[in-house]
Design a protein around this ligand. Sequence first.
Ligand code: UDP
Length: 461
Amino acid sequence: MSTAKPHILLYPFPDSGHIIPLLDLTRLLLTRGLTVTVSVTPENLPLLGPLLSRHVSSLNPLLLPSPDTQSNRRRTFYRDLHYPFLLQWFKSHTSPPVAIVSDFFLGWTHQLACQVGVPRVVFSPSGAIGLSMFFTLWKDLPKVDDPSDINSLLSIPDFPNCPALPWYQVPQLYRLFKEGDPDWEFHRNGCMDNIASWGIVLNTSTCLEQVYIDHIKKQVGHDRVWAVGPVLPTQNDDSTAPTDRGGPSSVPCHELMKWLDARKEGSVVYVSFGSRVVLTSKQMDELAAGLEKSGVHFIWCVRQPKENRVAGDYGKISNGFEDRVAGRGYIIKGWAPQVSILRHPAVGTFLTHCGWNSTLEGIAAGVMMLTWPMGAEQFLNAQLLVEQLRVGIRVGEGSQNIPESAVLASLLAEALNVTRPERLRAKELHDAVLGAVVKGGSSDKDLNEFADSLYELKCDY
Ligand code: UDP
């Protein structure tokens, strides 16, 4: 291994669920002595704050131009705007990066990497199950007989543990566009660029997804696939305050922690559907009624629609609900300090949309999951949690299967039963993933191998 510090470019896709884990990976690479440039649009620069304060000499932000609101609507706007900008930056840099590590939504960066003569590494903020499904779909282009029937089965015979998927559970990106349309072409090319890229870093661990990691190696035809996760800071790692992940909390953390301190161990359900999902009025009503009938203590992080979206009744809490559950329910309207909540010993169960970061954060905290996937690859993550890892119970599925409040209430209460096998299994899985990231664990080894391979690149350029 060369001892000179290689310089690499990390380029996150600017959505919370993508940028948070790539910044976690940045932190880990900085601890391996690399010099890192992170390219972000100005609105995301504050997210680099905690890292910048600790790594002034080895971390450089690169401010990318922000798209105007008009071009923001086009699928290709990051490529159109950032490709020429980055190309110019590479050409004028006195010691340009030896590799680009970029989000899988930025497949076109493979073309940029080829043009400037460096390898591109895909970072997947999804699990291996999601990424290998993404590869299967866009590579093989399987079809359903009747796309107007949401329950029509899509046959994917070679996919591990899932030979068919109901059409509504297939990620929207694949379902929405018509073959041959410019958007369809853009996504297909992006996926093929991901497959053709030099390497892949996965935010997962072999103890969670060995079969899918192996499947990805088969799909791309090489072994430069590193499972380095979960990349989120461990409890003992104070380099990034968990409460700062993705933005400041909308409630005072000390007040929230005090509220949790007063609850019994494992007696609280945390309810959140991630950074993007806004519930429909029907989903809101059943969930609120279910929480009310259940009698359980809960924290519910309620997302409201952004002003520029059609609001309607989306994300609206029914009248009087907050008063009726006062003391028993803690409602956060806005951004929750999710990792800190999940890690509090009072929290026993997580009702989640199964976004991959939430999935990992729940597993790493050792809590049982109630699954209610909403879209993207979340149905697959739910399947992984329930059927393979056996730490979850199904509760709902998007707007197709909205649980009745009485059913929800009994599931919520049951999920706090300490003798549930899923709760015991959640503790085992917690130990397994923590074992993977400590020195000598499988994820730690993969991370070192990945960092070593970047040091080797340094020799060639
Ligand atoms: N998150 C948070 N507070 C919130 C909502 C989300 O800290 O109020 C974080 C959460 O901990 C996770 C990320 O945002 O790290 C959401 O990513 P995930 O993959 O779970 O779902 P997405 O938002 O991409 O659907």
